[in-house]
Design a binder for this molecule. Structure first.
Ligand SMILES: NC(=O)c1ccc[n+]([C@@H]2O[C@H](COP(=O)([O-])OP(=O)(O)OC[C@H]3O[C@@H](n4cnc5c(N)ncnc54)[C@H](O)[C@@H]3O)[C@@H](O)[C@H]2O)c1
Length: 379
């Protein structure tokens, strides 16, 4: 078990492992994604938005939601279950709120449209909430939070997704991995950024185990009779991911509650599909009609000194006495920050062979320049 966990944690260190795959500069990652989307006649602005969010996920070390997702998005556009040229539209506006129809546009296009609107509304009203239906898978939540946090706002993003997870005591999947993110700005560019699936892990982490041909820990997914499922292919095919916390005795019902919380804000509020009514993950036979929610709060409307208090508590947290002196206490967002620095030092990211093969296949299929290389020594 320990070995499996260590192997999976290595996904955050791919860029400097001894591999037979090359290091790819982030600019090249973006170029490749942009070209693939453009080859599908996606408008340049939208291709760029896709390139930015997927490259950012890999840059942060969330390889589950970067290049790993490109083939799925390409498939959705090719099968016309997602409209890569569509633009979202506002259905209803009142003060700091807006209800949006994503019009089945690319998830990132809907996400950026709504988040930008929420930020503009928070500038006027101090607080805003934008809810959208008619969307598709929108990538990592923290990209949206980053955009608001960088402008001085507290930001919450969440989304529902295809049913993949079993609520406590249930036999079959009902909720998605329903991600949730809260970002808040501290001083000198520091911040708190909790960005998480409400399952024990995002399904993408199980897909990565498939790519790496390794087993998953026995706490991530269950089989049809409720035993731990350690075969990643089975865990993706008949998905019964564990809610955050795991079993009932471990507080898994709180994870189930968080999945429902995200569903209330994303699906129920927006009128999108919800819970078990969303199409199966990877099915791609009809528009997904996902829902997202973006909440932006201006801390300047409340007690003065928000940033300095946040900086102080972050410092106190990070300097808490660790149980293992080799492992310092981190705040949410720190692992991603550290990964970005490591990628900068290495000159890029390194994908596993299976991912490189997928990119090669995409390059051939879409007739775009293959994913190039920037080689660096010292890793
Ligand atoms: N769009 C979708 O449908 C969808 C669905 C699921 C997940 N996601 C995305 O997938 C990504 C991965 O999600 P995940 O739940 O697997 O992430 P994760 O478990 O790797 O990290 C979750 C959070 O915990 C923090 N963290 C990690 N290790 C820590 C430590 N030792 N101490 C303190 N904090 C720590 C991270 O900074 C992060 O904020 C997220 O960006 C999420 O938005 C998207």
């Amino acid at each position: 078990m320990r070995k499996i966990v260590d192997k999976l944690l290595i996904q955050r260190r791919w860029h400097c492992e001894k591999h037979d795959t090359p290091i790819i500069a982030i600019a090249e990652v973006k170029r490749f994604i942009f070209d693939c989307m453009r080859a599908l006649n996606t408008p340049d602005d939208y291709s760029q938005q896709m390139a930015e969010i997927l490259a950012e996920a890999d840059y942060k070390g969330h390889f589950s939601h970067g290049m790993n997702r490109l083939a799925m998005y390409v498939g959705e556009v090719e099968k016309k279950t997602c409209n890569n040229k569509a633009t979202p539209k506002i259905l209803k506006e009142f003060g700091g709120t807006a209800w949006v129809d994503g019009n089945n546009a690319l998830g990132v296009v809907v996400g950026n449209f709504c988040n930008k609107l929420a930020i503009e509304k928070a500038k006027i009203h101090g607080i805003s909430c934008v809810s959208t239906k008619g969307s598709n898978h929108f990538g990592i939540c923290s990209k949206y939070s980053d955009d608001a946090v960088n402008q001085g706002f507290i930001q919450i993003t969440c989304s529902n997704t295809s049913p993949l997870a079993v609520p406590t005591r249930a036999k079959n999947s009902f909720f998605g991995t329903n991600p949730f993110c809260l970002g808040a700005p501290a001083q000198d560019g520091d911040n708190f950024l909790l960005d998480m699936a409400t399952t024990t892990v995002a399904v993408g982490k199980i897909e990565l185990a498939v790519r790496k041909n390794i087993q998953i820990p026995n706490t991530w997914a269950l089989d049809e009779v409720g035993r731990p499922e350690t075969n990643p292919e089975k865990a993706v095919q008949t998905p019964r991911l564990s809610p955050l916390g795991g079993s009932e005795i471990m507080g898994g019902y709180k994870g189930s509650g968080l999945m429902m919380m995200v569903e209330v804000l994303s699906g129920i509020l927006s009128g999108s599909m919800y819970g078990p009514h969303i199409q199966r993950f990877g099915k791609m036979t009809e528009p997904a009609n996902l829902g997202h929610c973006f909440i932006v709060i201006n801390p300047e409307c409340f007690a003065p000194g928000f940033r300095s208090r946040l900086s102080k508590i972050l410092k106190e947290l990070r300097t808490s006495q660790p149980i293992d002196p080799k492992k310092t206490v981190k705040a949410a967002g720190d692992p991603e920050r550290e990964h970005k620095l490591a990628v900068d030092r290495a000159g890029g990211v390194r994908y596993v062979k299976n991912q490189m093969d997928t990119c090669e296949m995409l390059a051939k299929k879409l007739n775009v320049k293959p994913l190039g290389t920037v080689l660096k020594s010292g890793c």
